[in-house]
Design a protein around this ligand. Sequence first.
Ligand SMILES: NC(=O)C1=CN([C@@H]2O[C@H](COP(=O)(O)OP(=O)(O)OC[C@H]3O[C@@H](n4cnc5c(N)ncnc54)[C@H](O)[C@@H]3O)[C@@H](O)[C@H]2O)C=CC1
Ligand SMILES: CC(=O)[C@H](N)C(=O)O
Length: 375
Amino acid sequence: MKMPFVRALSKVARQVLQDPGCGCQPMAIAVRTISFSPRQVTSDANFHSVSFSETDHPKVLITGGLGQLGVGLAKLLRKRFGKNNVILSDIRKPPSHVFHSGPFIYSDILDYKNLREIVVNNRITWLVHYSALLSAVGEANVSLARAVNITGLHNILDIAAEHGLRLFVPSTIGAFGPTSPRNPTPDLCVQRPRTIYGVSKVHAELMGEYYHHRYGLDFRCLRYPGIISADSQPGGGTTDYAVQIFHDAVKTGKFECNLKPDTRLPMMYIDDCLRATLEVMEAPAESLTMRTYNINAMSFTPEELVTEVQKQLPDLQVTYDIDLVRQAIADSWPMNFDDSNARKDWRWKHDYDLPELVQTMLNFIGSDSQIAHAN
Ligand SMILES: NC(=O)C1=CN([C@@H]2O[C@H](COP(=O)(O)OP(=O)(O)OC[C@H]3O[C@@H](n4cnc5c(N)ncnc54)[C@H](O)[C@@H]3O)[C@@H](O)[C@H]2O)C=CC1
Ligand SMILES: CC(=O)[C@H](N)C(=O)O
């Protein structure tokens, strides 16, 4: 007689083999070789799926949470799930306002045991994996980028698979390269990026999808465009200019751009990006025909952004001093991003186009600098 877990194992294996969920042919591998847990420790995925009710709030851990996106995401998720159900983590010391706004914990994603302890002790059910070195800093420190973006991701995948977590890992427009179609770039096409950042993100997409099919991991991934935010600084990417221009325009009235005026890249306001992340995490599994989606809002060049900012601040003076590393990266990335699958499957819709983005950024930074002057 088969033990219950062996029956369950065989069932999962049959499903994986018969329905790879990607429209491709079933894999020809023996059922015997399928196991639940990649590191051969007992998986609690079954226990978790029985005990976790959809009406419960998830218990969320955000890694790399002190970068451009993590604090904003924590705020959004805390509003929805409760302050204590969302834990921010990073290897940096949090500023006082972040430390006092909700649970914060030290976590280095390269420390597997520490990660496991955090997940177990806090009964984590969702993991949002934001830790990464971005495109420009990654090129300046390839071995660190390889460790954080690739080895770190392996730890995250294993922990998530072992503990039955829903896992979100962002990818990027940087996961495409010069041989990809650039205008527009669809979800499925050639991906041969030329940065360690891009290579690590293609690796993350493929590993996450592999773990989904092999171990049943609930992996969800969005390819973000360049994200623009007013109250958090970008972490060393190619699209950073599109944030810096607002600060310089308000503070000094002068801006030196490090990309050529006609460099077109897909971009998004942070509120849209964070809402998309929550929406795809909450989407019913049946609505997801894929596990990695492009999302987009707008595409513009520095020249077009300058024109829009000058409608509000006509005295803004702009010069160009091209950063060759960033320019080469930008020239290999998508110009327009095709996100029709996200719009179809889970009804993705952006709120901010270029004029609303510029107005919102200037209002935010303008009022912030007025407050700073008054104090
Ligand atoms: N901001 C953007 O325009 C875009 C971001 N993304 C992705 O979204 C995610 C978040 O992006 P940002 O917040 O902009 O990144 P960021 O560079 O601002 O922040 C990354 C955080 O990771 C942390 N970190 C580095 N090494 C770590 C380690 N060993 N253990 C734990 N944490 C570590 C850093 O301290 C930092 O706070 C990243 O995965 C990035 O690739 C994707 C596309 C666009
Ligand atoms: C688009 C990204 O992934 C990031 N902002 C970068 O420029 O590296």
